[in-house]
Design a protein around this ligand. Structure first.
Ligand SMILES: Cc1cc2nc3c(=O)[nH]c(=O)nc-3n(C[C@H](O)[C@H](O)[C@H](O)COP(=O)(O)OP(=O)(O)OC[C@H]3O[C@@H](n4cnc5c(N)ncnc54)[C@H](O)[C@@H]3O)c2cc1C
Ligand SMILES: NC(=O)c1ccc[n+]([C@@H]2O[C@H](COP(=O)([O-])OP(=O)(O)OC[C@H]3O[C@@H](n4cnc5c(N)ncnc54)[C@H](O)[C@@H]3O)[C@@H](O)[C@H]2O)c1
Length: 466
């Protein structure tokens, strides 16, 4: 049977663009791609990129405060011009969108600027009714924010809206305790909004190392975020041009804006997948094997739509591996076990890779190395911001199995730690590196004695100090 394409990709985000480009440019496949919105997807248009630029913008006042501590007695960030920033942001996103489109065009990928759905195992139907056939179909449609299912929830914003606001809210409630809630609370507080974060648990960033979670939660207060923990709004109501938030205890508060960061769900609704025999999971995610292949052999899926590890570099790696495997005769699986990530909060970033202390304790005997201190940069400036660095080491093999950092540029540090950890480095390998002084990262190679032993028969809580 002949097909219109060797590969048809639904979704022009991180995973889809990479797969399309590699299949076409490296392996000569005839590739079509449908994107219903702006090319680049969540990361480029309404995720990582605009978010990180806003994180940079939101640091100005903190940097000015630090500068005053260093003798620049009148340093001040001055007024923030949101409209000017938004115009620059829009221009930058348009530039990036063009670069993504240009990369596909250069690779001879045929772009369809419209919505697509699966008609059958080898046929894709476009929104204008056109049907195209493909030997392989890649579903790379990502996900979208979900609201919490409370009355009046339509009055609240979702993360996509943050980048489109006409003006900054005076008083804002951020709902949630995950990556997005913490980062957006940091941004809004830094840009001058009176920011309250509410989370149903007692510490943000569930799933992260407990000690880091407690630390990050407490330090959000240092940057002026008010925390309302162990509760969540019961309903929202309109109050003139403001929003009244009703709490479960019967109290009410007025905010200029409410932002829900209550998780994301895969984009599979109306995509024709189940009808074509593609098995979906509980959240609607496409169920795939280690080759990203669905229950229908010609249909593959990568990125957030599979709800494995929902990060851009993972979607890119999955897309690339799919193209290598299916079109390059170079079978490559993605190892999802050792993936680093960072949460761009202030006063410092949280970054993590490998097992948490709780996971390590459950897995067997491990040693915990810990440094918790105020960096000299903070002390001099008169700031209370603390840093924490933790290494988890297998007591039998000496292998470093987890690293958690709360510190300036922690994301940059964890990226480099990911290399020796991926190579299976031992604590002795870390110690063999001579420190670079004075840096924060030198703690990584100078933690001599474990602070405690966890897991197994010899677990304790009080051995030595860092
Ligand atoms: C606010 C925010 C901040 C984030 N920050 C980070 C970060 O700092 N670091 C990090 O690693 N990750 C971050 N992420 C996660 C990251 O953005 C995603 O993991 C990544 O974009 C997933 O890529 P993807 O290719 O799976 O999907 P997406 O990038 O979402 O791309 C899917 C594309 O498919 C299109 N589409 C959907 N349905 C159809 C259809 N039927 N027809 C045609 N087109 C369709 C969509 O319009 C979209 O462009 C962030 C996410 C958010 C929301
Ligand atoms: N820096 C980064 O790498 C980065 C940044 C942003 C997003 N991301 C990715 O995007 C994903 C989605 O981020 P997210 O923050 O939306 O999701 P998340 O799963 O990290 O957090 C969702 C939060 O909402 C809370 N929640 C869920 N339902 C709720 C309800 N009904 N009422 C009240 N609270 C509720 C959860 O308890 C949790 O704290 C992340 O898991 C991550 O993979 C990564």
């Amino acid at each position: 049977m002949t097909f219109d394409y060797d590969l048809f990709v639904i979704g022009g985000g991180s995973g889809g663009v990479r797969a399309a480009r590699i299949a076409a440019s490296e392996y000569g496949a005839r590739v079509g791609l449908a994107e219903e919105s702006r090319m680049g997807g969540t990361c480029v248009i309404r995720g990582c990129v605009p978010k990180k630029l806003m994180v940079f913008a939101s640091q100005a006042e903190a940097l000015a405060t630090e500068a005053r501590g260093y003798g620049w007695t009148t340093a001040s960030a001055g007024p923030f011009d949101w409209v000017m920033f938004r115009h620059k942001l829009d221009a930058e996103l348009t530039r990036l969108e063009g670069a993504y489109t240009g990369g596909l065009v250069a690779a001879d990928v045929e772009i369809h600027k419209q919505r697509a759905r699966l008609h059958d195992a080898h046929t894709v139907e476009l929104a204008d009714g056109t049907r195209v056939t493909a030997k392989h179909v890649l579903v790379a449609t990502g996900g979208h924010p979900q609201r919490p299912g409370i009355p009046g929830e339509e009055l609240g914003m979702i993360s996509d809206d943050l980048f489109l606001m006409e003006s900054l809210p005076g008083r804002v409630l951020v709902v949630g305790g995950g990556f997005i809630a913490c980062e957006f609370a940091t941004i809004l507080a830094g840009l001058g909004a009176e920011t309250v974060l509410t989370y149903r648990g007692d510490a943000v960033l569930r799933g992260f190392d407990e000690e880091l979670r407690r630390h990050a939660t407490e330090q959000l207060r240092v940057i002026g975020v008010e925390l309302k923990l162990e509760t969540t709004p019961a309903a929202l109501e309109k109050d003139g041009d403001k929003i009244r938030v009703l709490w479960p205890d019967g109290s009410a508060e007025i905010y200029d804006a409410v932002m829900f960061a209550t998780g994301r769900v895969p984009n599979t609704k109306g995509l024709g997948l189940a009808e074509a025999g593609v098995k979906l999971g509980r959240k609607g995610e496409v169920l795939v094997d280690e080759w990203s292949q669905s229950s229908v052999p010609s249909v593959f899926a990568v990125g957030d739509v599979t709800d494995r590890v929902n990060l851009t570099p993972v979607a890119i790696r999955e897309g690339h591996s799919f193209a290598d495997t299916v079109f390059g005769a170079n079978p490559r699986k993605v190892d999802h076990r050792l993936v680093g990530s960072a949460v761009y909060v202030r006063p410092h970033e949280v970054a993590t890779i490998g097992l948490t202390e709780e996971e390590a304790a459950a897995a067997g005997p491990h040693k915990v190395y810990l440094a918790s201190f105020r960096p000299m940069r903070s002390i001099f400036a008169g700031s209370d911001a603390r840093a924490v660095m933790k290494l988890l080491v297998d007591a039998e093999t000496d292998k470093v199995v987890g690293c958690h950092i709360f510190g300036p540029e922690a994301g940059e540090m964890i990226q480099l730690v990911a290399i020796p950890m991926g190579m299976g480095a031992s604590k002795a390998d870390f110690d063999a590196a001579i420190a670079v002084h004075p840096t924060l990262a030198e703690e990584m190679v100078t933690m001599r004695r474990p602070v405690r032993h966890i897991g197994g028969a010899h677990a304790d809580k009080t051995v030595g100090s860092a």
